[in-house]
Design a protein around this ligand. Structure first.
Ligand SMILES: Nc1ncnc2c1ncn2[C@@H]1O[C@H](COP(=O)(O)OP(=O)(O)OP(=O)(O)O)[C@@H](O)[C@H]1O
Length: 729
């Protein structure tokens, strides 16, 4: 076993202050934890962790470690010491979790009153998804939301998390600790129904990167690693820790394992408020039970946990504290899970003996199969003695809804909601103890680079295709020369390199949209911000783009025999690199508006086609129609700067000669100004600077679009447009 220095050594192991203490400060802490583990306390956790190790690491082991570290190698301790240290590390991790679970949480009381969600009316028809819901979720209790498919469970969780689709309208109120409104990003965690993970990473890497990204800097790296390992074990993922998640070209872990990875990622930092949409879907009954036990434990520690759930087993049902039963978007029961059976009995639908209560509830309120019931009965496949067979679920729902609204449970719930709204608690805030900007940038860049290097569709395919196309270009324009004929050949060769080679960059868009999905999910859960994502994505893509630019330029430039000289070659390659970066950032800006990869590719290709038309190659800039095409399009088109820069780089300093020696030699400068209308007032360096400026401009556009999504009420805008359309009609 290899042990890293940081795991076992403090910075100054011989410090008298360290050695004088004999009692470890972090072990044997009674529960609940004293403030020594609380982050508001002056001494940071890392210091404690290190001082603990310095007090306890056996001197010989320490000395041997120091000697070996000095030799620049990682070393293994003898088995006893390793075991002791592993146990201590485990204790520290347990204590960190206990601290996160008990001493550092903001209790969150969530209430909703008369909550309605409907689709934006089309032709006057209103389709209600959620209908007048009132209820609450308390810290310390596990609330399950149950109901048949399509009853509105996900929509309700989306409404709480502020992630309703633009096509819906929400009315009614949601309160967090008595404060009305939308919770700000990152103050709650949301495990959605779909798993949004990077397919190229292994399970261990996924959880570990998330730990590095989010856990505060004052926790040592080894500690973060152990926290990630512990979370992985808790979710029963250790057996597939080194398997990839899986993507389009790689079969990965199973659906149930992916589900558990998604849950593990959110449980890693012990969120104060967590919503889980069908956390047990795709899991076998034992896994489902253990996952729900974990959620129950989290709730018991004072966290607020809401989970929508299908088909809980009777054991899982016993774990639930509160239950919200939805049918067709309406509440048919809300209250203690243990009280639901009584409510159903009172309404005339008692749960038969030996039937799982949750099965009974769902069967009673599922109206999707009303027509199929009769057929089943005729075929003798349905037990005749079940009273539910003789009545349509729609009627059952109406009876249950009525019974619930008139019950004591409902009036108690309503009273409690009013009481909770009056109690103004702390406004939800992001945790202060998070990883710093630089740490997040470093970790995200590294994660993104690994993803790019493992996904063959991201860059590697393009490297091969670029090489092949550059080879074609080089052979077609082989030793192009300096005759009159070579003038248009050179121009075409450079146009192809600057326009068509860069155009191929849209090939990476599908992989980027996958990245974007992960980014959106992680950003909305508050893992990191937009700026970090843009920077990390740009930095991690740089090595690949540089490789593509140098490889393609080396092949095409040298084979075609363009203007000799290293400085000219370097400029050509830099111009190609800058153009590739512009296309990448343009596609990012497009992805911020259109997340679908096919639509994005179509739009990106269209924009680039238009840019090529106005760059001065097909029609001279001075001859372009002035409105729109010359001003502003030719200035917005990045191809204008690429082509003008490349042309200046090649033609300036060359003389062209006809095969007939009696005809005059033509200078490159004359060709630039008269044949291609190049503006020599803007130097080739300035063209390059403009290209890099465009990379920044498109990145800022991406940033602004993502931010605008948060702040602009697109829903209100859409509603106004629809109203306007109806008025016009
Ligand atoms: N943005 C939307 N546009 C159109 N219909 C929607 C939209 N959001 C929700 N719905 C409709 O609202 C109903 C409730 O959807 P929701 O996803 O909340 O159900 P659910 O209870 O979570 O279902 P499941 O258990 O199958 O996931 C469905 O009929 C769905 O088609």
């Amino acid at each position: 076993m290899y042990i890293h220095k940081e795991d076992h050594m403090c910075d100054n192991p011989n410090s008298p202050a360290h050695l004088s203490t004999t009692t470890p400060s972090l072990v044997h802490l009674p529960l609940p934890l004293p403030c020594s583990l609380c982050h508001s306390h002056k001494q940071t956790y890392r210091q404690k962790h290190e001082s603990y190790h310095s007090h306890n690491a056996p001197t010989n082991a320490r000395e041997s470690l120091m000697m070996n570290e000095a030799n620049g190698s990682r070393v293994s301790l003898d088995a006893d010491h390793t075991l002791i240290d592993m146990r201590r590390e485990e204790e520290l991790v347990n204590q960190w979790f206990t601290a996160a679970e008990l001493s550092d949480i903001q209790p969150v009381k969530l209430t909703w009153r008369n909550l309605n969600v409907s689709l934006i009316p089309d032709r006057g028809e209103v389709h209600k998804i959620l209908d007048d819901l009132t209820g609450y979720a308390e810290p310390g209790r596990l609330l399950a939301i149950m109901g048949p498919s399509g009853s509105g469970k996900s929509t309700l969780l989306d409404a709480f998390a502020g992630r309703l689709a633009n096509s819906t309208v929400q009315t009614g109120d949601i309160y967090f600790n008595g404060h009305k409104g939308k919770a700000s990003l990152g103050t709650s965690a949301y495990v959605r129904q779909e798993d949004t993970l990077l397919g190229t990473l292994t399970v261990r890497e996924t959880i570990l990167y998330s730990a590095w990204l989010r856990l505060p800097d004052d926790i040592s790296n080894s500690m973060k690693r152990n926290i990630a390992e512990k979370t992985m074990r808790e979710m029963g993922l250790h057996h597939c820790a080194d398997e990839a998640i899986g993507n389009w070209h790689m079969r990965g872990v199973s659906g149930g394992e992916k589900r558990r990875v998604s849950i593990a990622l959110e449980l890693l930092v012990r969120p104060h408020l967590i919503y889980l949409d069908e956390p047990t879907s795709g899991l076998d009954s034992a896994s489902a039970f253990f996952v729900m036990c974990k959620l129950k434990k989290l709730a018991m520690c004072g966290h607020t946990v809401l989970a929508s759930i299908h088909q809980p087993s009777s054991e899982i049902f016993e774990l639930l504290d509160d239950l919200l039963l939805l049918a067709k978007g309406k509440t048919v029961y809300f209250g203690a899970a243990s009280g639901a059976q009584k409510c159903f009995s009172t309404a005339g639908f008692p749960c038969p003996a030996l039937r799982n209560p949750s099965d009974h509830f769902l069967r009673a309120i599922n109206s999707d199969f009303d027509t199929a019931k009769a057929t089943l009965k005729e075929e003798n496949l349905n037990p005749v003695d079940d009273p539910l067979n003789n009545i349509n679920a729609s009627e059952v729902i109406a009876i249950l809804e009525d019974a619930y609204q008139n019950s004591e449970v409902a009036s108690e719930a309503n009273g409690k909601v009013e009481e909770m709204i009056q109690q103004k608690g702390k406004v939800l805030e992001l945790r202060e103890n998070r990883a710093s900007f630089l740490t997040q940038l470093r970790v995200l860049t590294s994660r993104s680079f690994i993803n790019m290097s493992r996904d063959i569709g991201y860059y590697w395919m393009r490297v091969v295709v670029y090489f092949a196309v550059a080879l074609c270009l080089g052979t077609i324009y082989l030793n192009v020369g300096t005759t009159y004929e070579s003038i248009s050949a050179r121009a075409s060769c450079m146009f192809f390199a600057g326009a068509f080679l860069t155009f191929m960059s849209i090939g990476g868009f599908p992989s980027f949209t996958e990245d974007m999905k992960v980014f959106h999910h992680e950003r909305l859960n508050g893992h990191y911000g937009v700026a970090i994502f843009i920077l990390a994505n740009t930095l991690s893509s740089l090595p690949f783009l540089i490789l593509i630019a140098i490889l393609s330029s080396a092949v095409a430039y040298n084979m075609a025999g363009l203007h000799p000289g290293l400085d000219r070659f370097v400029y050509f390659a830099s111009c190609l690199l800058a153009s590739l970066m512009v296309v990448e950032s343009l596609m990012k800006a497009i992805a911020s508006v259109i997340p679908d990869f096919l639509m994005g590719i179509i739009l990106g290709a269209g924009i680039q086609g238009m840019f090529m038309l106005v760059c001065g190659f097909f029609r001279l800039l001075r001859n372009l129609p002035k409105p729109v095409w010359r001003y502003p399009m030719s200035y917005i088109s990045f191809h204008t700067y690429t082509i003008q820069g490349m042309f200046q780089n090649d033609f300036l300093g060359l003389d062209f000669q006809n095969q007939n020696p009696n005809l005059p030699r033509i200078q490159g400068e004359f060709i630039l100004t008269h044949t291609y209308g190049v503006d020599l007032g803007r130097s080739k360096t300035l063209n390059l600077v403009v290209l890099f400026g465009m990379v920044i401009a498109y990145s800022l556009l991406f940033f602004a679009m993502i931010k605008a999504r948060d702040n602009v009420s697109w829903k209100a805008l859409l509603r106004k447009l629809r109203n306007l359309r109806q008025k016009i009609k």
